[in-house]
Write a protein that binds this ligand. Structure first.
Ligand code: HEM
Length: 424
């Protein structure tokens, strides 16, 4: 059994850091910052044995890419650093039975990836995007109305940050309001699969737990899809079931796994960016004061800076398809590399005073939405709109709201906040 947080010695060199030790991800953020600073300073990326899991044999290990330059280069070289062959969203290879629910385009390579992205992008038409922009504003207004009614002391994550992305993604897909809580719960189980609060924590049952949540979401979408095939509306599910590109349609499995990817990716990440955003404003009153001088004008810079420092998706992984040298390191066929976006977004070679929250920052690009390449976040535009709308409402109507001590999600994959009291 691994040591509990607090049982570790201090991190004084890169040799003290084990990213495969699950307990590492519960250590204080200041220690995580120190650990990755040390990893970025190494002449070559550190190589780790893979964490042991019950649902997959132990793989060959992985290079931990911590530097911005390596992550950019790996992202734009997908023919060498591939997302298929075991998946991008997990370090151990995804077992075949997971593919039914989690084998969507994020875990595929071209040409299959490109085909799916083409079909799906067709459904994300400018008209559809315009429509949900108005919905985002209205939903943010309603959430802040409710916050003011309820008064200070509530949980900012569940009462504010989580509500906006959940409502928008569910409305886009046409999921009725009565099922929103179900989607919230099942996406928490999928991304927080190892956190005891979301029913995880037992390595022996984690695979079953994830599969059950995937199966339940799949059932919801298959019912909805059957209904929309017969009675199309203007929602995304109708567009997806009826999308037809050069005679190609999504199969039932493709639709189900894409739906799961969308609700999970569209929910948790933006929620965590909003929660971290409030934390950053609380700890940086000078930046709040600056933002308040021109709420709309400073919003684009502030939102990018929130996503940079929040880095809600900590990593994605790739598998090496052939021997390849990159930035002075040799990567061998069959090895894995893990792209630590959270670390790249703090790389002192790119960002001056990288831990500082600076809404006027111009350096970058940050890689919070992924690096340049075929998998760059499909929802980045929507996420930016949601974060902007939420902070515009908060800063206008509750300008001095503060976020208290966050309860972090125990996860190596998602940099999440489960609960955070707020005061105003
Ligand atoms: C702040 C919020 C968000 C963050 C930080 C984020 C982060 C990311 C990252 C890092 C990737 C890259 C995956 C890779 O390179 O392997 C990605 C891909 C993706 N994201 Fe997001 N995301 C956010 C919001 C959203 C939203 C709102 C949606 C959907 C409505 C979404 C849907 C997707 C999809 C479908 C992909 C896969 C794209 C592909 O494989 O071609 N994301 N996201």
């Amino acid at each position: 059994m691994s040591a509990m947080p607090g049982e570790h010695g201090p991190i004084t060199s890169a040799a003290d850091v084990d990213l495969s030790d699950y307990a590492f991800w519960a250590r204080p953020m200041s220690e995580r910052e120190r650990a990755f600073e040390l990893l970025r300073a190494l002449p070559h990326p550190a190589f780790y044995a893979e964490p042991e899991v019950s649902f997959a044999p132990r793989g060959p290990g992985y290079h931990a890419l911590a530097r911005h330059a390596d992550i950019l280069e790996a992202s734009r070289t997908p023919e060498v650093f591939c997302s298929g062959d075991g998946g991008a969203t997990n370090i151990p290879d995804m077992p075949p039975e997971f593919a039914e629910y989690f084998g969507s385009m994020i875990n595929m390579d071209d040409p299959r990836h490109a085909r799916l992205r083409r079909i799906v992008s067709r459904a994300f038409t400018p008209k559809m995007i315009k429509k949900f922009e108005a919905d985002v504003e209205a939903a943010a207004t309603k959430i802040v109305d409710d916050l003011l009614d309820r008064g200070p002391g509530c949980d900012f994550v569940t009462e504010v940050a989580a509500r906006l992305p959940l409502k928008i993604i569910c409305d886009m897909m046409g999921i009725p309001e009565r099922d929103h809580g179900f989607v919230f719960d099942r996406s928490n189980r999928i991304l927080g699969g190892f956190d005891p609060e979301y029913g995880g924590g037992d390595p022996a049952t984690v695979a079953e737990h994830l599969l059950t949540a995937g199966m339940e979401l799949d059932r919801l979408v298959q019912d909805l899809a059957a209904h929309r095939t017969a009675h199309p509306t203007g929602d995304l599910t109708s567009a997806l079931v009826n999308a037809n590109i050069d005679g190609e349609r999504l199969t039932g499995q493709e639709l189900g796994s894409f739906f799961i990817l969308l609700v999970v990716a569209g929910n948790e990440t933006t929620r965590n960016a909003i929660s971290y955003g409030l934390r950053l404003l609380t700890r940086n009153p000078d930046q709040r004061a600056l933002w308040l001088t021109d709420i709309d004008g400073h919003a684009p810079g502030a939102v990018e800076e929130i996503v940079r420092l929040a880095s809600p998706v900590n990593f994605m992984r790739r598998k090496v398809t052939r021997d390849h040298e990159m930035n002075g390191t040799l990567y061998r066929k069959g090895e894995k590399v893990v792209l630590y976006y959270w670390s790249a977004n703090r790389d002192e070679a790119v960002f001056t005073d990288p831990l500082r929250f600076d809404i006027l920052r111009t350096e970058g690009p940050h890689v919070g939405f992924g690096g340049p390449g075929p998998h760059f976040c499909l929802g980045a535009h929507l996420a930016r709109r949601e974060i902007t709308a939420m902070f515009r409402e908060l800063l206008r109507r509750v300008p001095h709201i503060e976020g208290g001590s966050p309860q972090r999600l125990h996860s190596s994959f998602i940099n999440g906040i489960k609960h955070m009291p707020c005061d105003f």
